[in-house]
Each structure stands twice: as C-alpha cells, then as structure tokens.
Write a protein that binds this ligand. Sequence first.
Ligand SMILES: Nc1nc2c(ncn2[C@@H]2O[C@H](COP(=O)(O)OP(=O)(O)OP(=O)(O)O)[C@@H](O)[C@H]2O)c(=O)[nH]1
Ligand SMILES: [Mg+2]
Ligand SMILES: [Zn+2]
Length: 300
Amino acid sequence: MSELTKSTRADASRAGLVIVNYGKNQLVEDASGDIYRCVARRGLPQIVCGDEIEWQPTGESAGVIETILPRRTVLLRADGNDKSRPLATNIDLVIIEAALEPSLDYFLIDKYIVAADLAQAEPLIIINKSDLIKPEDRSRIERLISEYSSIGYTTLLTSALENTGIEAFSNRLAGKTSILVGQSGVGKSSLLKRLLPDRDIAIGRLSAASGLGKHTTTSTTLYHLPHGGKLIDSPGVRDFHLGRIAAGELGNGFREFRPYLGQCRFNDCRHLSEPGCAINAAVAAGNILKRRMESYRKLL
Ligand SMILES: Nc1nc2c(ncn2[C@@H]2O[C@H](COP(=O)(O)OP(=O)(O)OP(=O)(O)O)[C@@H](O)[C@H]2O)c(=O)[nH]1
Ligand SMILES: [Mg+2]
Ligand SMILES: [Zn+2]
C-alpha cells in the first residue's frame, strides 16, 4: 500500500460513540451528533453502549466500526453460563434504582454495588416512587438510607410521578457518563424522561437511523442530557448476576470491609467460618452490618 493510500485511509476513519447496540448493528454518533448505522469489522470483541470507536463510512448513513478505543471502565454482568459480558463501558456513575413497587430488594442493590466497584465506577442509589411511601414504610426507608450512607454510598429519594428529588439527582449527573440499572418497573425510563423531556424526539431519531422500526427501551441506549452528561437507560432485569469473582476481589466490593481486609489470620480467608477472621470480628463488634455480611456470603 502506498503512503498516499495509507494516509487517505487514516483520514477517512472517524471517531464515534456507540449509543445503541442491537447485536448485529450498532448506532454510532459522530462528533457533530449525526447517527449512523454500523456493523463491526470481523474479529472485534463485543461492542456495547458507551464504547468509543473509530469507524469508516460505507454509505449515506452507514458505516463499519474499525477499532474500539481503550475502555476506561467496563460494567460487567454474567450471562446464562456465568460468563462475564460487558453491559456498558466508560461509565463514571452506576445509578442503582429501586422502589417499594415492585419490591425493595437489598440483595440486588448490594450486587449492583459490587459490580460498580469492580468497574471502578461510583454507585449512586436511588429510591424512586417516593410518593408510594406510606407512614408505615418510613422507618424501613430511613434505615436503608442511613445504613448505606454510613458505609459511604449516597442514597436519594425521587418520584418521577410527582417530579420530586429530580434536581438533586440531576446535579450529580453533569459532565459524567451514567447508567440506570435496576429491576424492571422501578421507573428508570420514567426518571430519564424527567431529566430529558425531549426523550421521545431522541427516540424518533434513533428509529429513523436504525431503519429497524420503532426504537424501544428494550435496548440499552445512551442519551445526552440537556445540562451536559450522558445517561444510559438499560432494560430492567428480573435478577442480576455477577460473573465469577475471586473471594479476595469480592471483599473489595464491600467498601466497609476494606479496612479489615488483610488482617485475617489466614491470607486466603474467605470470611466464612475461618478462625481469626477480622471481618467476622467486625460483624460481631457491630462495625459491619449483618445484612451486608449475608449479601457477601450469598455472593460467595
Ligand atoms: N407511583 C409512581 N409510579 C411510577 C414512578 N415512576 C415510574 N412509575 C410507574 O412505574 C411503571 C414502570 O415505569 P418505567 O419507567 O417503565 O420502569 P423501568 O424501570 O424503565 O422498567 P423497565 O424498562 O421494564 O426496566 C410505570 O407504570 C410508571 O408510570 C413514581 O415515581 N411513582
Ligand atoms: Mg425502562
Ligand atoms: Zn476473614
């Protein structure tokens, strides 16, 4: 290949951001915000929402993804075979959303926290549907908030229905790439709509670009927020599984364990019933919540 063709090729390759992954096709946004339907060059690893890539146009609004740029962070989940797969990449903030309806699932929250920590992304817990909190639910919700905040995780209350708590929430998203995760039906897409009133217009543009019919929130999708920042809406899950994690790594995913890690009698302590376990001693002394220890054991 001559020097000339080489440089022409390099010039033709453009920077892009993957905003939807449909499996076979990806929607790629270029620097000016135009959207292209792309396919990945053979041999590339699985491309996901949030990937920064280089691509070449192949037609009016189509292209081929040539390379995936190094990923700053990778949020992983397990597939049916316990293998880890990327859910999204280059995430700064994992918004773990929960609500009294359908149900408040502490174990699910703890699993997402571990996934966020492993991805080196900050977790933020949102309890949505605050309008449904009855007087008899108050103490349960307050305890949840104070427990997580004592460990160092922020918890916010919102109501997408009544539009409350949205500003405090919105302020945390500026300038970051965030992803909404949580059970189906907790109100992820409803919160997104509060943050991005033009969501339906954005969805219309995606549908036009994909040529695959109406875009639905069943595909993980990246949106640009009006005040800066990117927000990824992901479809709800019935359950969320972490891939295989070494016991040592899992302990790190529990922030309040960290001061005690390395102080157990055995180097390879799994903090189950080993003698001289510093984590179990901290639980007994009331410095680690029993409930969190149970989550750790279940995950192990
Ligand atoms: N009472 C109340 N209902 C809400 C609130 N937010 C959302 N809902 C309702 O909850 C239902 C589910 O909302 P969605 O926004 O679709 O939930 P989702 O988390 O995106 O669900 P998936 O896309 O299936 O994961 C809808 O009927 C919403 O109207 C809220 O703050 N309060
Ligand atoms: Mg949704
Ligand atoms: Zn131990």
